[in-house]
Design a binder for this molecule. Structure first.
Ligand SMILES: [Zn+2]
Length: 64
């Protein structure tokens, strides 16, 4: 699915960081920890939103 716009726990907007996080940590070879630090996502509840996310929207969309 799409990345949630806000953190489920604290409500901070985290969706705006998804594209940069994905490119820098998964396709690049930067440490995800360092990317999150530089993006200003410092709470554990917000970090898990990005770290645990997987884009499935293109895979699931044809079956809806
Ligand atoms: Zn949070």
């Amino acid at each position: 699915m799409m990345v949630p716009v806000r953190c489920f726990t604290c409500g901070k907007v985290v969706g705006e960081h998804w594209e940069e996080f994905k490119e820098r940590s998964r396709e690049g070879d930067e440490d995800p920890k360092q990317v999150l630090d530089e993006l200003g996502v410092d709470r554990a509840c917000c970090r898990r939103m990005l770290v645990s996310h997987k884009d499935l929207v293109d895979i699931v969309a044809p079956y809806q």
